[in-house]
Design a protein around this ligand. Structure first.
Ligand code: HEC
Length: 460
């Protein structure tokens, strides 16, 4: 008998023993999924382990802080005071936020509670919403990264009052988000890889500045990038690295292209130059260090250029110096099992009649197995909400992406990746509010609309 058949037989043997052992039920199936927990549900854990020690001292009946915030978080009333309630903070209420909703993923982005505690987003919180007050817990260290992840998973699971929806082990991560150093230092050069650099350039006070520069990576042969490290000066909104569709008109090398002209309206030539862009990597955080899934890398062909896009918003009175460093770390070809592909799902066939809301549904099916590890979307000003669902298969209809911000759509990473079998795909659901007197359809001007799902994936 060959070795192989021996191995096969022994596996079969073990499998039979295991399946036989299962037959006479020795022990009753545990009914409680986390019998060792001190808590009765995920919500109970959040209440007792996070709110009670870190929030209730202020958010308790009769306390002046509780009066100011209008929010009591004691165990008896916290749940009903959060779910479906509008914030006391007027700016947040006017922005349509709730303290917390129970719609899963999208509730993260409509939740003022989450905005108030989400420490890694601190800079955007204060820069974009100076009227939102302070991050919580007021005057204390932020919640730990473990606590935040626990609360995040609970919200994504629909913020249920009963049942366990997140793993208590998450709380073992007691690290606390640290804001990047105020003194800006360039990123050190990568040991293996290339550094790209944008700026310094100036963002005028009371304005925003968004620029593009088409730049060479610096590689003279094909290379494989599996890690992106980005560092930007304070005030940055986002940084995105774009490629172009085959056959696109490429912008001039090394030339700074401003999206807005001096008067704040759009620069037509820049809009024109970004029409055929394909998203490769992006971040909204000032410090990012992102490694692609194990064995996956982006192939960057010899003498490649990328279009670097940086957006600064300056609500202050002084000019802001803007600058971005991006390190593209490479690995040896022999360490690459899968080449990352860019997902580019562009619906150009939609019509938005005047003076009404329209929902555009677009289905995409793939004919091979795909593992998606990043998603983002692109639309213009009339977009109110962009959702992406899984289409087909056992997870049909599952919401995997949501954004309600056309200018800064969320970039979502999936670990583990979303694996879609042949014939399954994605469905985009986009709500537009066309408040003009004209029908709108696909086009590159900010007064036109777009409907694109971007992402990264690999195949087997
Ligand atoms: C030292 C007192 C103090 C602590 C501790 C504290 N808060 Fe607050 N909280 C306030 C004050 C004051 C406000 C109103 C001003 C503001 O929003 O910055 C507020 C506002 C809020 C709001 C906005 C309410 C609304 O409807 O506008 C939320 C949500 C909130 N806190 C949640 C929390 C959570 C969760 C914790 C614990 C992780 C916490 N707070 C800890 C004092 C505190």
């Amino acid at each position: 008998m060959s070795n192989r058949s021996l191995i096969f037989l022994s596996i079969l043997f073990i499998a039979i023993i295991l399946s036989c052992q299962k037959d006479p039920v020795v022990e009753p199936e545990p009914t409680d999924p986390t019998p060792t927990s001190d808590y009765t549900s995920s919500w109970d854990l959040i209440q007792k382990r996070i709110f009670a020690p870190k929030c209730v001292e202020c958010h308790t009946s009769g306390n002046t802080f509780a009066n100011q915030s209008g929010l009591i978080l004691t165990e008896d009333v916290a749940f009903q005071n959060l779910i479906g309630k509008r914030p006391t903070n007027m700016a947040a209420a006017a922005d349509g936020l709730f303290l917390l909703e129970q719609n899963g993923l999208s509730s993260l982005y409509t939740s003022f509670l989450w905005e108030k505690i989400n420490a890694p987003d601190q800079e955007h919180f204060y820069q974009d919403h100076p009227e939102y007050g302070e991050q919580m817990p007021l005057g204390n260290e932020s919640l730990t990264n473990g606590e935040l992840e626990y609360v995040r998973q609970w919200i994504v699971a629909g913020s249920p009052e009963t049942g366990f929806v997140a793993d208590e082990k998450l709380l073992e991560d007691e690290s606390i988000f640290e804001a990047p150093d105020e003194n800006f230092e360039p990123l050190p050069l990568p040991t293996n890889g290339y550094q790209m650099h944008l700026g310094p350039f100036e963002a005028r006070p009371g304005a925003e500045r968004e620029i593009y520069e088409y730049k060479k990576v610096g590689n003279t042969e094909d290379v494989y990038v599996n890690r992106f490290e980005v560092r930007m000066r304070k005030g940055s909104h986002h940084f995105i690295l774009y490629d172009f569709e085959n056959g696109a008109n490429l912008p001039n090398q090394d030339q700074t292209r401003d999206l807005h002209n001096g008067t704040g309206s759009y620069n037509f030539s820049t809009l024109n130059s970004i029409e055929d862009q394909i998203w490769v990597f992006g971040t909204q955080l000032r410090e990012t260090d992102y490694t692609l899934p194990e064995g996956v890398a982006i192939k960057v062909s010899a003498n490649k250029s990328f279009d670097l896009n940086s957006h600064y918003v300056n609500y202050g009175n002084e000019p802001v110096e803007a600058e971005v460093y991006a390190n593209l770390h490479t690995v040896d070809e022999s360490d690459v099992d899968h080449i990352a592909e860019q997902l580019f799902l562009n619906n150009q066939n939609f019509r938005l009649p005047p003076n009404q809301r329209t929902t555009v549904n677009t289905k995409y099916r793939f004919n091979e197995r795909r593992h998606i590890f990043m998603l983002t979307t692109h639309a213009h000003q009339k977009m109110e909400e962009f959702r992406v669902f899984i289409e087909g298969g056992p997870r049909d209809g599952e919401l995997v992406y949501f954004t309600n911000d056309w200018e800064h759509p969320i970039l979502r990473q999936y670990d583990p990746p979303l694996t879609l079998e042949p014939g399954e795909g994605l469905r985009g659901e986009t709500i537009y509010n066309n408040d003009t007197n004209q029908t709108l359809d696909f086009g590159i001007l900010s007064t036109d609309e777009m409907n694109i799902i971007f992402g990264s994936y690999y195949t087997d």
